[in-house]
Design a protein around this ligand. Structure first.
Ligand code: SF4
Length: 374
């Protein structure tokens, strides 16, 4: 007896792969491009809706393929406007994405893994350990789901994507690259490369591959200006020490002609002194960059405390006096555990387990479990 072949999830496929897929079904290449445009149109959930494809082809697709999607999510809205989405995956794992509306843009912070193997000492996701990589479809479906939620609830459309959610994106490089191809494809989700930022804790070889294969922005989590402190905070520094990391940033920048964004979380008494600021200025000399300073969120590890505002401003001043562009980033969504370093996929279990998946569809879309579109 023949066991039926599992259906292909088309959300896992780039345009090129989709063309290969339709050709394997005896169809011409242009059908693959047509199909891609249908898959990413809002509201398309069924092959029957793809009215310019032949009926027979639609029937074959229904037999051989699926288009996965997240139907609902736990949606929590912060007082400061950030919105956190918790999505349940097919195997029961939870991932989170955070929407951050600002005056001139609306950014979605996207997850790339369940948990994270990198073990940064101040990060709650790191304490989960590594569970698994997300598939391309699971990365893409976060974007599609939040796009549809924003449309259905009269919110500003997504303009920017940052891979700064759960996980180290460059540790899931193959799926990340396919996801970027779909996100930037005009017939796909049509984001400009300029509006996509991938953040890494410093996986040097993968940074080089990302630079060779895409044109997206790079953010590097630095958090210390010398190997002794960085090695204590971020185990990855033992594999790729600062000299190697900064050299890789220079190369990335030379290829892309874009400024690198360095993220620096300030931890009281650990990396926030005047000397640390001076050392950071020396380290980044000659690297065209912007620096984001962020006070630590103690939810990740209560051993770390945030410096006072005066100290943060002084740290910024020292760097600015040395000619750097330095922003102080305000953490968003702290009241709903959506801020940097707070994502750990726990919200759904805590608030929904006793409620049997009850749907509470508030008009503003901020519900315990909310359908993503009507
Ligand atoms: S900061 Fe990023 S790389 Fe480090 S443990 Fe957390 S999720 Fe992983």
């Amino acid at each position: 007896m023949n066991t039926p072949q599992p259906k292909t999830d088309l959300k896992n496929l780039t345009q090129e792969q989709l063309v290969g897929f339709v050709e394997s079904l005896g169809q011409p290449a242009f059908r693959g491009r047509q199909l891609l445009a249908w898959i990413y149109k809002p509201g398309i959930t069924d092959f029957a809706q793809m009215t310019d494809l032949a009926k027979e082809f639609r029937a074959i697709l229904a037999e051989t393929a699926t288009m996965s999607r997240f139907d609902d999510a736990q949606v929590e809205c912060s007082r400061d406007g950030a919105v956190k989405f918790a999505f349940r995956l097919e195997d029961g794992q939870l991932i989170e994405s955070v929407l951050i509306p600002e005056e001139d843009r609306t950014t979605l912070c996207v997850s790339s893994q369940v948990g994270c193997a990198m073990g940064c000492d101040f990060c709650l996701t790191g304490t989960m350990g590594f569970i698994r990589n997300l598939t391309t479809a699971e990365i893409i479906n976060q974007v599609c789901a939040v796009r549809d939620w924003a449309l259905a609830h009269d919110r500003a459309p997504l303009t920017n994507l940052v891979f700064m959610g759960m996980g180290e994106p460059l540790a899931n490089l193959a799926h990340l690259l396919d996801a970027i191809a779909i996100l930037t494809e005009q017939r796909g989700l049509d984001f400009s490369n300029r509006r996509i930022t991938v953040s890494t804790c410093g996986l040097v070889p993968q940074m080089q591959q990302l630079g060779d294969l895409t044109d997206v922005n790079l953010a590097v989590s630095l958090h210390a200006a010398n190997d002794a402190v960085r090695g204590r905070l971020m185990p990855i520094n033992k594999r790729y020490p600062l000299a190697q990391l900064i050299e890789a940033c220079r190369t990335y920048r030379q290829k892309r002609r874009k400024r690198i964004m360095f993220e620096y979380t300030l931890l009281e008494g650990i990396n926030d002194s005047d000397a640390d600021a001076g050392q950071l200025a020396d380290l980044l000399r000659g690297v065209p960059c912007k620096i984001n300073l962020l006070a630590v969120n103690p939810a990740g590890n209560p051993a770390y405390k945030s410096p006072g505002q005066d100290r943060i401003l002084r740290f910024q001043r020292i760097l600015r006096d040395r000619g750097y562009t330095v922003f102080i980033r305000q953490s968003r969504g702290e009241d709903i555990a959506a801020a940097c370093g707070q994502l750990a996929g726990k919200g759904w279990e805590e608030t929904v387990a006793g409620k049997d998946g009850e749907v509470d569809g508030r008009a503003d879309g901020c519900s315990e479990v909310s359908p993503l579109s009507p």
